[in-house]
Design a protein around this ligand. Structure first.
Ligand code: HEM
Length: 146
């Protein structure tokens, strides 16, 4: 009996220790932090835009675009979507891309240029997938033709 009681006390003490340990752990890091914050996001966006510029499938679309402003908007958009301390002040995705007749293939090309930039900057697969998971739902507001 006393042996059983002893085991019970050990179990309670262990359970308490496990709870205390769990509470002492910091909350999981945001995607923003895991990407490396704003400096790393800025580097990835610079690479992304230069990949797009070198991509004959879609580069022509950006012929009259203010590239420094586009980059700044993309940095804020990604930073904010990833849980960082930025706010996106550009136009919404539907208004921005309205009338461009962007097709599925154009969207796929742009995603390829982005994943290329992420890989070039050694962003791990998990973070790449998380970021694409945040941007993917925007497709319905951007693509107008099959
Ligand atoms: C998830 C995918 C995409 C995201 C997150 C995105 C995001 C953005 C953002 C934030 C802007 C700037 C908005 C502003 O200045 O107010 C922009 C502009 C633009 N996007 Fe996208 N975009 C995406 C897909 C595409 C695709 C597939 C194309 C065409 C291949 C495209 C073509 C353009 C062009 C041409 C502009 C510049 C418009 C202008 O010069 O006024 N975008 N995009």
């Amino acid at each position: 009996m006393s042996k059983l009681c002893g085991l019970g006390v050990v179990a309670i003490v262990l359970a308490g220790a496990v709870t205390a340990y769990a509470e002492a752990q910091p909350a999981g890091k945001s995607l923003y932090e895991r990407l490396g914050g704003k400096p790393a996001i800025t580097s990835v966006v610079n690479q992304f835009v230069s990949n797009v510029a070198a991509d004959a499938r879609i580069s022509g679309r950006f012929a009259t675009t203010d590239i420094p402003q586009l980059k700044a908007h993309l940095v804020d958009q990604i930073c904010s979507a990833a849980g960082g301390p930025c706010s996106y002040k550009g136009r919404d995705m539907k208004t921005t891309h309205a009338g461009m007749r962007i097709a599925n293939a154009d969207f796929a090309a742009l995603v390829e240029d982005l994943t290329g930039a992420l890989t070039q900057h050694k962003v791990p697969q998990r973070e790449q997938q998380e970021l694409l998971g945040l941007l993917g739902p925007m497709k319905k507001d951007i693509v107008e033709v099959p």
